[in-house]
Design a protein around this ligand. Structure first.
Ligand SMILES: C[S@@+](CC[C@H](N)C(=O)[O-])C[C@H]1O[C@@H](n2cnc3c(N)ncnc32)[C@H](O)[C@@H]1O
Length: 221
């Protein structure tokens, strides 16, 4: 089965096909394009999601009627913008960023998009911020996209703070091809996968670096 997934990805998704499908399914959007370009404009690492992954996040949040969402790893606010757009009136996104420059750029991006009222950019280390955020839960979705060595801890926090039927999503789930290596980050990422497999109905979508998605199942069932 895994072989079928990788074969389809390698053989059929040409750059031209990806361009056509992106233009057809989620046409150009100036605010999102500006947000996507923000890391380059500000000399920051260009490690944001791709547009199709952003669109997928938006759709997933809409599918579970998410109104309270946590993101770990804001960068310049590109994925935050996609997710904020999925929220209904009164919904809220808390996005955590430890780098003050990144957080400042994200505040600008989100403000320019007119979504400042539904997004809180929390400046700080997620390990310190998350325990304080628990009081605002339970949450409908948690998106993990930050320091890889802590994915296991972030996954455990999500399991404790998501409602039944909520979503846990983790980017870079293949760890840049090092998922099976004997290094600390890989062990943490494998524990993240195993946490998801145990407490969620889950899949790892074969995006370029793997996107793990799990639906929290009833702990009593
Ligand atoms: C891959 S980028 C996030 C990309 C963003 N989700 C997007 O797609 O637009 C990872 C971000 O996580 C931040 N980060 C890393 N470790 C963190 C931590 N312990 N707490 C909070 N943020 C952290 C980094 O500074 C960086 O901006």
């Amino acid at each position: 089965m895994a072989d079928q997934d990788s074969r389809a990805g390698e053989r059929y998704a040409t750059a031209q096909i990806l361009d056509y499908t992106a233009r057809t399914h989620h046409p150009a959007d100036p605010a999102l394009e500006r947000a996507f370009e923000a890391p380059a404009r500000h000399g920051m690492p260009e490690i944001q999601l791709g547009p199709a992954e952003g669109r997928l996040l938006e759709l997933l949040l809409r599918l579970v009627n998410a109104h309270k969402v946590v993101e770990i790893g804001t960068l310049a606010g590109y994925s935050a913008l996609w997710m904020a757009r999925a929220l209904p009136p009164g919904g809220h996104l808390w996005t955590i960023e430890s780098d003050p420059t990144h957080a400042g750029v994200a505040a600008e991006v989100i403000g320019e998009a007119g979504l400042g009222d539904r997004v809180s950019i929390i400046r700080g280390d997620a390990a310190e911020v998350l325990p304080k955020l628990s009081d605002s839960g339970p949450f409908c979705a948690v998106f993990v996209d930050a320091d890889k060595a802590r994915y296991d801890a972030y996954g455990r926090w999500a399991t404790e703070n998501l409602r039944t039927g909520g979503l846990l999503i983790g980017d870079n789930a293949y760890l840049f091809g090092r998922l099976l290596d004997d290094v600390v980050e890989a062990a943490a990422m494998r524990r993240f996968h195993e946490e998801m497999a145990k407490h969620y109905r889950s899949v790892c979508i074969p995006t370029p670096d793997g996107l793990a998605v799990g639906l929290r199942v009833d702990p009593e069932a």
